[in-house]
Ligand binder design. Structure first.
Ligand code: SAH
Ligand code: SF4
Ligand code: F3S
Length: 437
């Protein structure tokens, strides 16, 4: 028996790409393991969106040196966004000569061949291509997130937000043909998946590269017509592109979750402009108003970054103001990290570390407070929950409602992958606990 382990850094897109790497390895006869010592091949699927993601991957790759020394037959492969950056693959090989296979994001679907080649020749190989080429369909996938299944609807990004490395390592935006997406979702629903999460860096610009027009609202309308009981989620939307047509379609089907991830990044118009986000605070607030005019309880979550170059206390207070006004259902908060090759890395006025630290603490505290206040209001609500997981240590099930709220509950029988009605009975600060009714 041969075993593999895939270690993933970064976003959901990468989580799904790791499922493809695992799928290719399973075609080669490998089975999954969590144990480094048992693995015959260990793959790192890296991220470079922030400095700490890179540092963590480098640290963990380096830590394998003694194991590799003892077991010469162990194959170590490193791929993903970090390797796609200029010069990074060569840097890695220089620092860690024991790495066997290095590949980037544009040639992920070639991974199986690279492993076969390594096995045949016994020689290490570095394969990075600049061309982001065509979309490759039908890459095998070993899915790991049942009852959810990730589905790519597009690849790459054309937005070039000035802080962001993604467009440089993922190439230009390309949409999958709607027929391919529909075929995949139909097959997943038939296989018993209960939640489909559509992935794209900016789902609102879906369809721009297609010959036959089909925008994102058209696409989800078609997906919602597929027979069966399942939920549709997606991420991320972009405030510069989101529109009323999308919200109308979202309201038209119970399958489409009433939850939207709309990253604001910053509240100050001056900072938004420097970030090249192409919307203002006013436009963003109007969009939230439009969404809530359809359904006041629409869940809205976001990404917020503090410490972008030149950000002043006044700018930061604009961000806090928006957070207070919108009262998000959840926020991922980040400290700006300088990425070489991006426009923002060249800007004057980098914000000192201690100022960043102070601002992120104030932001996180405020959002936590909002989460707690909101949680208290949910007590006694009855919601439909899709049961996702079981914590065997605590003996507790968990699942989310259509607005994305995680709820914990107990049950005698195995409920993973089932829809159950749960009454929220208490909160533990931010967490929600309930009873099946
Ligand atoms: N395409 C998505 C986001 C992808 S990256 C979108 O536009 O919303 C996920 C999040 O990482 C971003 O929303 C941003 O908040 C954060 N991020 C990106 N680059 C960063 C950087 N250089 N430093 C800190 N956070 C960053
Ligand atoms: Fe990065 Fe902006 Fe593209 Fe999102 S939209 S991936 S933040 S460049
Ligand atoms: Fe995702 Fe990180 Fe790449 S956030 S797109 S894995 S740089």
């Amino acid at each position: 028996m041969k075993f593999y382990k895939v270690i993933t850094y970064g976003c959901q897109m990468n989580v799904h790409e790791s499922e493809k790497l695992a799928g290719m390895l399973e075609e080669l006869g490998y089975k999954s393991t969590d144990d480094d010592k048992k693995a015959n091949i260990i793959v790192f699927n890296t991220c470079c969106v922030r400095e700490n993601a890179e540092q963590r991957a480098l640290g963990n790759i380096g830590a394998l040196k003694p194991l590799k020394k003892r077991r010469k037959d162990l194959i170590i492969a490193v791929g993903g966004c970090m390797m796609q950056q200029n010069g990074k693959a060569a840097m890695l090989k220089d620092r860690y000569p024991f790495v066997d296979v290095i590949f980037g994001t544009h040639n992920l679907s070639m991974f199986k061949e690279y492993v076969e080649k390594r096995l045949q020749t016994g020689k290490s190989l570095i394969k990075i291509v600049d061309d982001d080429g065509k979309i490759i369909e039908n890459v095998p996938k070993a899915r790991t997130s049942y009852p959810n299944a990730w589905v790519n609807i597009m690849y790459g990004c054309n937005n070039f937000c000035t802080y962001c490395i993604v467009p440089y390592v993922r190439g230009r935006e390309k949409s999958r043909e709607p027929e391919e997406i529909l075929k995949e979702v139909e097959s997943l629903v038939k296989q018993g998946y209960k939640e489909i999460t559509l992935l794209g860096q900016n789902v609102d610009s879906y369809g721009k590269t297609l010959k036959t027009p089909c925008d994102f609202a058209d696409l989800i309308e078609k997906i919602a017509k597929i027979d069966g009981k399942f939920r549709i989620r997606f991420m991320s939307n972009h405030p510069k592109d989101i529109n009323e047509k999308l919200i109308r379609v979202m309201m038209s089907s119970d399958k489409i979750c009433k939850s939207i991830h709309l990253p604001i990044q910053a509240g100050s118009d001056r900072i938004l402009d420097l970030m090249n986000r192409r919307y203002t605070q006013e436009k963003y607030l109007e969009e939230v108003k439009m969404i809530r005019s359809f359904y006041p309880d629409f869940a809205i979550t976001t990404d917020i970054m503090i410490g972008f170059p030149t950000e002043t206390e006044e700018d930061f207070l604009e961000t806090l103001k928006v957070v207070n006004e919108i009262r998000y259902d959840g926020a991922f908060t980040f400290v700006y990290s300088k990425r070489s090759g991006t426009k923002a890395a060249e800007m004057d006025g980098q914000v000192p570390e201690e100022v960043k630290k102070d601002r992120i603490i104030r932001l996180v505290d405020r959002q936590n407070e909002i989460n707690r206040e909101k949680s208290l209001k949910y007590v006694n609500e009855v919601v439909e929950v899709l049961c996702e997981d079981y914590d065997s240590k605590k003996g507790i099930y968990q699942g989310r409602d259509d607005r994305g709220r995680m709820i914990y509950f107990t049950s005698e029988k195995d409920l993973i992958g089932e829809f159950v009605n749960v009454k929220i009975t208490k909160t533990g600060g931010i967490t929600l606990h309930g009873e099946i009714i």
